[in-house]
Design a protein around this ligand. Structure first.
Ligand SMILES: Nc1ncnc2c1ncn2[C@@H]1O[C@H](COP(=O)(O)OP(=O)(O)O)[C@@H](O)[C@H]1O
Ligand SMILES: [Mg+2]
Length: 438
């Protein structure tokens, strides 16, 4: 992409309305633009990151055996009456009436809709287990939307729903998502710690929030320090094997958000290992048994010929919140530092003297060669001063900067800078291309 043909409205000044660094940087780097309180347009650079995050989530969901579909944003109120949630949900639900006076709503979550799809199609235990997910916009009329996309009103969520014939099946479904989440967040360069969360009237131990530690997080969290250092499961994890030992490994040590915090238990951890911090909830997995299947009559025939309500769980990831979460975890004074896996472009190519024939020609050639080898490049071909180009590139945080100027070209070199470490290296054009495409 040529910057001169792109849409990248960056800001020089810090926007006054932004209280936390990710919100500030998202506005300054031209990732999003607020259209109403808690509602954002995703500008091209932000959209590219959002899509990359989506893709990582999708790959790990698929690997764990979940199946993607797409449910609508607008739902019928009738379904929510069946589960008795239409009135209970309160003011967070955006209610809509159509021209025929039918009551609709903008979905804040999808348990009812997915249960309706399930019950219309699945009748036998032989079709289980099943896990259906989608990546779709949600609307919750949050009383206090804040921190940009972290707590929005309209936000993108991945939500998966598992269906099993019995509780053991549901536990395996839960464990699969637990492992998939550890891998998903690690692929984005994040350390997300699973923490015990409230199970409500269902009880038991099958509700976890995945928390990224950050000073600006909304939740106060308490855990054993060793959890921070734990490595994620590898790509070769066998989802059909018994995952319980892996789950036990991760849940043995104390980890809870303020909601469930038990100070007595926490104090039993040796003081040096106790970690009290703030965190961002990026994911939440939850087993809720037959809550919706009973209310909505979603039954399947078991091996013994008897009908039983299906056992369910739901598994959310805050896709749009993650964009902010990743920035909170990865930035410096100059701007964003994207992990390679989610970066909107891999390389920022900086022409130090646009208009100089030799430099232009070298940049064009590098741009074409990198693009041909599948490397995504944002080529700054504008007339800006070098200094302005450098600071804008640092601000938008692409992992690599390739700097091409007349002086270097005379000596046969270009400069390659790693955004994260600030390390710079001079090398030939061929060496730079091989390094970036290798
Ligand atoms: N208002 C919001 N803005 C952005 N992301 C949100 C919002 N509410 C929830 N999420 C994300 O969606 C995930 C699943 O939501 P859920 O657990 O149902 O919400 P909550 O914890 O608010 O009850 C959360 O873990 C979080 O990452
Ligand atoms: Mg939650």
């Amino acid at each position: 992409m040529r910057l001169s043909r792109y849409f990248l409205p960056t800001l020089k000044e810090n926007p006054a309305e932004a209280q936390i660094v990710s919100h500030r940087l998202m506005l300054r780097a031209g990732l999003v633009r607020q259209s109403a309180a808690g509602i954002y347009s995703w500008l091209p650079l932000g959209l590219a990151v959002l899509k990359n995050i989506e893709q990582i989530i999708r790959e790990e969901q698929n690997r764990a055996g979940a199946v993607e579909l797409l449910m609508p944003t607008i739902q019928s109120a009738d379904l929510w009456r069946e589960s008795n949630r239409y009135d209970d949900y309160g003011k967070e639900m955006l209610r809509i009436t159509d021209r025929h006076d039918r009551e609709l709503l903008f979905g804040p979550t999808n348990e009812e809709l997915v249960t309706d799809i399930f019950r219309s199609a699945i009748k036998s235990y032989k079709d289980l287990p099943l896990n259906l997910y989608h990546i779709q916009w949600k609307f919750r009329d949050e009383i206090r939307p804040r921190f940009g996309v972290m707590r929005g009103r309209e936000f993108l969520m991945k939500d998966a729903y598992s269906f099993d014939i019995d509780k053991e099946g549901a536990r395996q479904a839960y464990n699969k998502m637990f492992i998939a989440y550890l891998r998903t967040f690690a692929c984005m360069g994040l350390k997300a710690i699973p923490m015990a969360a409230d199970t409500g009237p269902i009880g038991g131990d099958m509700s976890h929030e995945f928390i990224v530690l950050a000073e600006t997080g909304e939740s106060e969290v308490f855990c054993h320090r060793d959890l921070v250092a734990m490595d994620p499961p590898g790509a070769d994890v066998d989802y059909e094997a018994d995952l319980q030992p892996m789950i036990d490994d991760r849940t043995r040590l104390y980890a809870a958000t303020d909601e469930l915090h038990d100070e007595k238990q926490f104090l039993q951890i040796p003081e040096a290992d106790r970690l009290t911090a703030r965190g961002i909830e990026v994911g939440h997995i939850f087993y809720f048994g037959t809550k919706y299947s009973k209310a909505m009559n979603a039954v399947v025939t078991g091996a013994d010929g008897k009908d039983v309500p299906v056992e369910m769980g739901s598994y959310g990831i805050g896709v749009s919140r993650l964009v902010g979460g990743i920035i909170e975890a990865s930035h410096d004074d100059d701007g964003i530092i994207w992990p390679d896996s989610v970066a909107p472009f891999a390389v920022g190519l900086i022409n130090l003297k646009t208009g100089d024939a030799e430099t232009d020609q070298a940049c064009e050639s590098v741009y074409a060669r990198l693009t041909a080898r599948g490397v995504s490049v944002l080529y700054d071909d504008t007339q800006e001063r070098a200094g302005a180009k450098f600071s804008q590139m640092d601000l938008i945080g692409l992992p690599w900067q390739l700097i091409v100027g007349p002086r270097g070209l005379k000596a046969g070199v270009v400069e390659l800078k790693r955004r994260q470490s600030g390390e710079r290296e001079e090398m030939s054009i061929d060496a730079a291309i091989n390094k970036l495409a290798g």
